[in-house]
Design a protein around this ligand. Structure first.
Ligand SMILES: Cc1cc2nc3c(=O)[nH]c(=O)nc-3n(C[C@H](O)[C@H](O)[C@H](O)COP(=O)(O)OP(=O)(O)OC[C@H]3O[C@@H](n4cnc5c(N)ncnc54)[C@H](O)[C@@H]3O)c2cc1C
Length: 450
């Protein structure tokens, strides 16, 4: 018997609750059985860390991929490992770091599954050097309504690249083989620099990011006047054994959260005044310039994982994440977006600014060369809705796009412009799923299957 229950699901930012039958298959044949017997739309779900609605399907069936937890050992010759789609990066890193390996790409949290990482083709602070998650996948097993396929960049590459960033719509990933990267220590050598305005910050990123494997800037979109977009740039590389003090543990796995938010914060706790005060205090706390600081992998990559259920701090309404990318030729959109938010008093926690390198062949992959900015905005805040609608149009016109793993509000008419390979994606999905059995709240809202 495949474990089954009824449940109400939301996204991490707090999307509208969506009730579905939840199934937890343990292998490819059980996944196939769930898809075959489902009456309505089926979609896979990992740890629900997408901010919007891609991992929910109202009235349909949701496949909880956490039943797919098998793992091989790391091949010492190639650094590859084969994992079930439900294994989280946290679980993987607890084994990989002591063995001297790290994931080639990590998002800002370890609490995502392999399936979720592939379906969103996630990016990290090293996109300008290493590309996105799918660039490090050797092969994967995909269950679709028309059969089970083993696919790779050379074997049915069309289906492989439709699955990269395909938000679960090309099939259910059961397992994948991932190339890890070798590390000598679980530390990162970090250089930090504070910038008083956005132009100086962006110049420093353009001229200096290529000297580092990892780079990210935290930006204050609530500062006023010339200080708008002031930020703190942190860049680093894995530390070698001789760069870490002898009393520091060499290869320490990640710890568990030290803090938990026990209940949802009261409404009104976060408003434009409290958020502006937080941003100010945070900016002042950062060093003006500091080189060669030894930080743990967790501190550098996953600071939010130290606090479990931190999303409850946003109160009962929750928040939305808004992440866009624009090409270098439209870099002016970054300060323009900040000015628009500030002028219209839309509160935003520290924004994250990164540079992307060249995109891959993923038909719906988000990363493409240029600038990406991610904002956390309380839901229902002031003129947020109108301002973001305006920004969507500017971004689409400039050849940019919004990240589907974080979206909960985009208008479907912009999708073909933002994702020009949409028709090709739909054709591949139609080949393996002619009856359109695979579908999510996101795919229906944005008409992704056509
Ligand atoms: C604090 C935080 C920081 C983040 N930072 C980043 C970042 O830096 N970069 C970045 O790219 N993203 C980032 N994200 C987003 C996150 O990495 C993605 O949304 C990721 O997809 C979540 O994985 P999940 O396992 O929780 O999947 P879910 O959110 O449960 O699902 C995401 C998508 O994956 C599909 N899916 C899940 N499992 C399967 C499967 N087995 N087969 C087929 N499809 C499947 C679902 O259908 C859905 O479309 C962040 C999220 C949080 C909460």
């Amino acid at each position: 018997m495949i474990p089954s229950s009824q449940g109400t699901l939301t996204g991490w930012g707090n999307t509208a609750p969506s009730r579905a039958t939840i199934k937890r298959p343990r292998n490819a044949s059980e996944v196939s059985e769930v898809i075959g017997s489902a009456a309505h739309h089926v979609i896979a779900r990992g740890l629900g860390r997408s901010y919007g609605d891609p991992a929910q399907s109202a009235g349909g069936t949701v496949i909880d991929n956490r039943g797919l937890g098998q793992r091989s050992i790391i091949d010492p010759d190639t650094g590859t490992i084969t994992l079930g789609a439900g294994v989280s990066l946290d679980e993987l890193l607890r084994e990989a770091i002591p063995a001297g390996y790290f994931v080639p790409v990590t998002p800002g949290t370890r609490q995502v599954t392999l399936g979720g990482a592939i379906a969103a083709d996630i990016h990290g602070k090293n996109h300008h050097v290493d590309g996105s998650f799918m660039d490090h996948i050797e092969a994967l097993t995909l269950v679709t309504p028309s059969g089970t396929f083993t696919i790779s960049p050379t074997q049915d590459s069309e289906l492989f690249w439709a699955t990269a960033g395909g938000m679960g719509l090309s099939g259910v990933i059961v397992e994948a083989t991932l190339r890890l990267i070798p590390i000598e220590t679980s530390s990162v050598l970090v250089d930090t620099e504070r910038f008083e305005d956005i132009d100086a910050l962006m110049d420093a990123m353009v001229t200096g990011d290529h000297h580092y494997r990892y780079s990210v800037a935290w930006v204050d979109c609530m500062a006023k006047g010339a200080r708008l977009g002031r930020g703190v740039l942190t860049r680093g590389d894995h530390a070698s054994a001789d760069q870490v003090p002898l009393d520091k543990p060499r290869l320490q796995p990640p710890g568990s959260p030290k803090l938990a938010i026990p209940f949802t914060a009261p409404k009104g706790l976060l408003n434009k005044y409290s958020i502006a005060a937080f941003n100010e205090a945070w900016f002042r706390k950062a060093p003006k310039h500091k080189d060669g600081e030894v930080q743990s992998l967790s501190t550098f990559f996953h600071p939010l994982d130290g606090v479990s259920m931190w999303n409850r701090l946003h109160g009962p309404r929750g928040f939305l994440q808004y992440q866009f990318v624009v090409p270098d030729a439209a870099s002016h959109i970054v300060p323009q977006a900040m000015a628009l938010l500030s002028r219209r008093s839309v509160p935003s926690f520290l924004a994250v600014l990164k540079r992307f390198g060249k995109g891959n062949s993923g038909l719906l992959s988000f990363p493409t060369a240029g600038w990406t900015l991610a904002l956390d905005i309380p839901l229902g805040a002031g003129h947020a809705s109108a301002v973001l609608d305006e920004l969507d149009e500017l971004i689409a016109e400039a050849g940019g796009r919004i990240y589907l793993a974080k979206d909960s509000r985009l208008s479907p008419h912009l999708i073909p412009t933002m994702y020009p390979k949409l028709e090709q994606f739909q054709a591949v999905c139609d080949r393996v799923d002619p009856g359109q059995k695979l579908g999510s709240d996101l795919s229906r809202r944005l008409n992704l299957r056509g």
